[in-house]
Design a protein around this ligand. Structure first.
Ligand code: HEC
Length: 120
């Protein structure tokens, strides 16, 4: 049991190391300010015209309390794979979304951005 736990935690550490080697949180913050911050805040409780993005990792889509989402904005949770799919092309994932953002096409930039958002 102890051995299994140790192997599992080593695996996680290795994953984290691999991720932080390729992702740049400072670049991610700059990308957030440039592309997302007009509509989103990462400060808990701060309201803008898009849902608050603090504690985003693992959250189910469409569940920020008090925010009125577009129809059908549900059915996924915000892990890395779904964030790539959504931010690359928001309307490709949710045809009726009211997030009027054309998409971020550069996968490396998206990786930096998600590192800043804590979705890894
Ligand atoms: C023009 C305003 C605007 C911009 C720019 C914008 N968003 Fe959004 N975002 C929204 C709105 C509005 C929603 C709610 C979507 C809906 O209900 O269809 C949303 C939803 C989201 C969600 C889903 C959150 C949840 O609670 O399920 C995520 C994640 C997200 N945006 C991330 C981003 C990121 C990252 C960027 C920058 C690359 C960005 N958005 C740029 C307005 C915007």
């Amino acid at each position: 049991m102890k051995h299994q736990l140790l192997v599992a935690s080593l695996g996680i550490v290795a994953l984290m190391a691999a991720n932080s080697a390729s992702a740049d949180v400072a670049k991610g913050e700059a990308l957030f300010k440039k592309n997302c911050a007009v509509c989103h805040s990462v400060k808990p409780g701060e309201k803008k015209i898009g849902p608050n993005l603090s504690g985003l990792a693992g959250r189910a889509a469409g569940t920020q309390e008090g925010f009125k989402y577009s129809d059908g904005f549900t059915g996924v949770s915000w892990d890395v794979a779904n964030m790539h799919k959504f931010i690359e092309n928001p309307k490709g994932m949710f045809a009726k979304t009211k997030m009027t953002f054309p998409g971020m096409k550069d996968a490396a930039e998206r990786t930096d951005l998600f590192e800043f958002l804590g979705v890894k």
